[in-house]
Design a protein around this ligand. Structure first.
Ligand SMILES: O=P(O)(O)OC[C@H]1O[C@H](OP(=O)(O)OP(=O)(O)O)[C@H](O)[C@@H]1O
Ligand SMILES: O=c1cc[nH]c(=O)[nH]1
Ligand SMILES: [Mg+2]
Length: 208
């Protein structure tokens, strides 16, 4: 598994803003979406293109066009929805496959409550999006669901990840590449990332 921590100054600056105590819901949402744009740009660097001929105002010329499969973005409810707008700004034609997982705050295991995948998902490159990768339980369950549906080429985009969660995914899903804005120190006893962002879903939806 390749883990790409994106050390771009814009990303680092924006993650710093997100960490501020008492950040307003409006600002948190805006910045999560902006980082979604920047991480998607990095995660799509290896898309393939082909050369085609087109007619322009001044005759024919050669241009590049995507040659790979269509992408399906997979936001993990709820918090993943906060990144969707930013991701779709960069790849507006992507199909959206939604999965809903909630972490049981006692066992810390992820429990599925929603699943609606695009019908041809097994033929698509998949981009899973969620702000937080903590114990890795939610991502592991999502990857199992997607692999059962036939997905083979899967990447994940996260704002903050814990080393514990990355290690779990590396052991169980070494074929999945991860793009993350910050790898933080560790998890606390409640499975929250430190320093992390707190509960990202609550901050995006204003359910604090
Ligand atoms: O790596 P894990 O330990 O599984 O934790 C990470 C998950 O926890 C959060 O979601 P949560 O369950 O709080 O649901 P929400 O998005 O509805 O807030 C977060 O958005 C991830 O999906
Ligand atoms: O730190 C964490 C861990 C799980 N979910 C969150 O929103 N934040
Ligand atoms: Mg939450």
């Amino acid at each position: 598994m390749a883990v790409h921590e994106i050390n771009h100054p814009l990303v680092k600056h924006k993650v710093g803003l997100l960490r501020q105590k008492n950040i307003k819901v409006k600002d948190f949402r805006t910045i999560v979406s902006e980082i979604g744009v920047l991480l998607t740009y990095e995660a799509t660097r290896d898309l393939t293109t082909e050369t085609i001929q087109i007619e322009t105002w001044a005759g024919h010329t050669e241009v590049e066009k995507f040659s790979g499969k269509n992408i399906s973005v997979v936001p993990i409810l709820r918090a993943g929805l906060g990144m969707l707008d930013g991701v779709l700004q960069v790849i507006p034609g992507a199909g959206v496959s939604v999965v809903g997982f909630a972490r049981n705050e006692e066992t810390l295991e992820a429990e599925v409550y929603y699943e609606k995948l695009v019908t041809d998902i097994k033929d698509r490159d998949v981009l899973v999006i969620d702000p937080m990768l903590a114990t890795g339980g939610t991502l592991a369950a999502t990857l199992e669901l997607l692999k059962k549906a036939g997905c083979r080429k899967i990447k994940g985009i996260f704002l903050v990840a814990a080393p514990e969660g990355l290690a779990r995914i590396e052991a169980a899903h070494p074929d999945v590449d991860i793009y993350v804005a910050a790898i933080d120190g560790h998890l606390n006893e409640q499975g929250y990332i430190l320093p992390g962002l707190g509960d990202a879903g609550d901050k995006i939806f204003g359910t604090l």
